[in-house]
Design a protein around this ligand. Structure first.
Ligand code: HEC
Ligand code: HEC
Length: 314
């Protein structure tokens, strides 16, 4: 009797495992639908300049899409090529940033404006698969997206065939069932006024520079926010370098890193650039941000209610 039960449990288990393995296998290249934003790259030099300002400044594309230390290239007064190949080695696999130069065979020269825009806004790659949510630009305005894509089109082509991602078994299971494209959280405006208001500052801090992404504690497995926005507490752990925790940057919270900072103090600190050599913050990209953008970010942070958790201030 017991043997019979064991036998049938065994067979049922085996069947379940087999079905799962098959499902995981067939669900590796799931494709998704999303609209192509109505974005057209421009060759107007002012638009290209604006795109470059965003890409090499608040949006810090070079920090991920340059295969080296973008921070030190900027420090030398040079501009890194966005030719990709930088690898994020994660428990789910090795993920390589892509070649964003205008190259026609290995870069964005292969894609239409709509395909690039859809990747950034809706998280659906040109081939229809979901992009891992590394980039926070889902709510970027049509105007800024147009500027960024116009700038990418203007870059010198660099032929660099970036390897495909290699995904671990755990990554394959997660990919099969959990990875979905992430899109905008609200209706995306066509353009925003570049003034120093808190509302523009919020746009920069949340939809372009991703201050919120690093300065909010998150579940490392799912990436979901588990802490109060801007209260810090996210641990950056990387083999070979000391662990860093993002500080609380809510200026209204006693004990937080920015408590008591004036607008001047804040701008001065950003302009100083990187002080901790192994910091993950893209300091030298942010250093290039305009006074206007920095004032707006400061004014936005000043509108935050004091955080209840000030323990993550270190
Ligand atoms: C925090 C790191 C990070 C930043 C910052 C970043 N990217 Fe990416 N980007 C990635 C990663 C990782 C991928 C690969 C995602 C995937 O394949 O799932 C990627 C993929 C892309 C793709 C898809 C290309 C393809 O061939 O599939 C485009 C387009 C892109 N990035 C543009 C940009 C632009 C433009 C910026 C700046 C405005 C930017 N990225 C900033 C990490 C980043
Ligand atoms: C990729 C992750 C990341 C992003 C994006 C990021 N930060 Fe940070 N930030 C960190 C980490 C890690 C530290 C702690 C190490 C350090 O001080 O460099 C830090 C430190 C700081 C500090 C304290 C500096 C000091 O010397 O005490 C301030 C202020 C700050 N960030 C503001 C911002 C603002 C404003 C933005 C958006 C414009 C931003 N950060 C975006 C990761 C990030």
């Amino acid at each position: 009797m017991i043997r019979k039960i064991l036998k049938w449990t065994g067979i049922t288990l085996l069947t379940v495992i087999l079905v799962l393995v098959l499902l995981v296998a067939v669900r590796q290249n799931l494709t998704f639908e999303a609209p192509y934003p109505n974005i057209k790259a421009s060759t107007d030099s002012a638009v290209i300049a604006r795109g470059k300002e965003i890409a090499f400044g608040p949006a810090h594309c070079a920090d991920c899409h340059y295969n080296g230390n973008a921070d030190s290239v900027f420090k030398l007064g040079q501009e890194p090529a966005l030719s990709g190949g930088f690898v994020f080695a994660l428990p789910l696999g090795n993920f390589y940033t892509r070649n964003l130069t205008s190259d026609k065979t290995t870069g964005i020269g292969r894609y239409t404006d709509g395909e690039i825009a859809r990747t950034l806004r809706y998280g659906v790659r040109p081939n229809g698969t979901a992009a891992l949510d590394f980039m926070p630009f889902h709510n970027m305005t049509d105007e800024d997206l147009t500027a960024v894509i116009s700038f990418l089109r203007s870059t010198k082509p660099v032929h660099n065939e970036v390897p495909e991602h290699t995904v671990t078994m755990l990554g394959r299971v997660i990919n099969a069932f959990l990875i979905k494209p992430v899109g905008p959280s609200e209706e995306v405006p066509k353009k925003v006024k570049r003034d120093t208001t808190a509302s523009y500052g919020k746009y920069i801090a949340c939809s372009v520079a991703n201050c919120v992404g690093c300065h909010t504690n998150r579940d490392m497995m799912t990436g979901a926010a588990i802490g109060e926005p801007f209260a810090g507490g996210l641990k950056f752990e990387e083999p070979g370098i000391p662990v860093l925790t993002s500080p609380n940057i809510n200026p209204n919270t006693p004990g937080s890193r920015m408590y008591g900072w004036s607008e001047q103090d804040f701008i001065k600190r950003i302009r100083m650039g990187k002080l901790i050599s192994y910091s993950h913050m893209p300091w030298n990209s942010f250093k290039r941000m305009s006074d206007n953008d920095l004032k707006a970010v400061y004014n936005f942070l000043k509108t935050l209610p004091p955080s209840k958790t000030s323990s993550s201030s270190k």
